[in-house]
Design a binder for this molecule. Structure first.
Ligand code: KIV
Length: 272
């Protein structure tokens, strides 16, 4: 069944958790889709997870378009979102132009980092018929590579709650809460009609999002907010070492992997 934003809102109404993960290429997108994930995000985390960049700030709109198109080819059911990368949505017209490129590549919605200061830009996109996912709390594009937990002081918690309300009023379809303390994420979730999707924001959000490579155990780092459900890094190293050993000991390829020449052709070749 094709997931839509209405489907996600229904889940919130029924208190059924929404599932979201990131994906950056065709095979992983089709695996996420086959696993029945509600929403797939082509995050700007593609920069650090796939492209070897030092920070999300290096990710360009053309990087995002390239990866969004690959992911879109692998999706049948999930709702597909793509990130507007660093400094690609500084004005309403620029945000609209870049969002359109992501939609043309196959995204159904765009995600935009920023607290209440982004309300006007989000409203502009929504007025142009573009679905938007807001993203508050820790914003790697704005706060750099030094994550901290948000909402621990009264003033910051108030700003988060007000931002979430303003972004909902601006027309955001859903909102990601990144590294917000659990109690404040709970208050934000209760006060909104749109689903909240948490990452490092505790158990009281309407849904959860994790970076695919953290779930699969590809990352060398372990993060407090994440869980690896399998260790594909170690399994991949073992598999590649086994391949290497098989080649080095001439155990691969075997007879069943070989294409043979026609014997007449071969005999002629031998006499040539
Ligand atoms: O880019 C990303 O992966 C994200 C998630 C952490 C929500 O924005």
């Amino acid at each position: 069944m094709k997931r839509t934003v209405e489907y996600l809102r229904e889940k919130k109404k029924k208190s059924v958790p929404v599932t979201m993960i990131t994906a950056y290429d065709f095979p992983m997108a089709s695996i996420a889709d086959a696993a029945g994930i509600d929403a797939v995000l082509v995050g700007d985390s593609v920069g650090t997870n796939v492209l070897g960049y030092k920070s999300e700030r290096e990710v360009t709109v053309s990087d995002m378009v390239h990866h969004t198109a690959a992911v879109a080819r692998g999706i049948n059911s999930a709702w597909l979102l793509a990130d507007l990368p660093y400094q690609s949505a500084e004005s309403a017209s620029e945000a609209q132009k870049n969002a359109q490129l992501l939609l043309d590549a196959g995204a159904e919605a765009v995600k935009l980092e920023g607290w209440m200061e982004k309300a006007d830009i989000i409203n502009h996109l929504v007025m142009k018929g573009i679905s938007v996912c807001a993203h508050i709390g820790y914003n790697p594009q704005l706060h750099g590579m030094k994550p901290k937990v948000f909402g621990t002081t009264f003033d910051e918690a108030k700003l988060l709650i007000e931002s979430a309300r303003r972004l909902e009023a601006a027309g955001a379809s859903i909102i990601v809460l990144e590294k917000v303390c659990e109690e404040v994420a709970g208050l934000v979730t209760e006060s909104l009609r749109i689903p909240t999707i948490g990452i490092g924001s505790g158990r009281l959000c309407d849904g959860q999002v994790l970076v695919l490579y953290d779930i699969l155990g590809f990352s060398e780092k372990a993060y407090r907010h994440a869980r690896s459900f399998i260790n594909l890094r170690d399994l991949s190293i073992e598999a590649i070492q086994a391949y290497r050993a098989a080649v080095e000991t001439r155990k691969f390829p075997e007879e069943k992997n070989v294409h043979h020449s026609n014997s007449e052709v071969f005999e002629r070749l031998m006499r040539y």
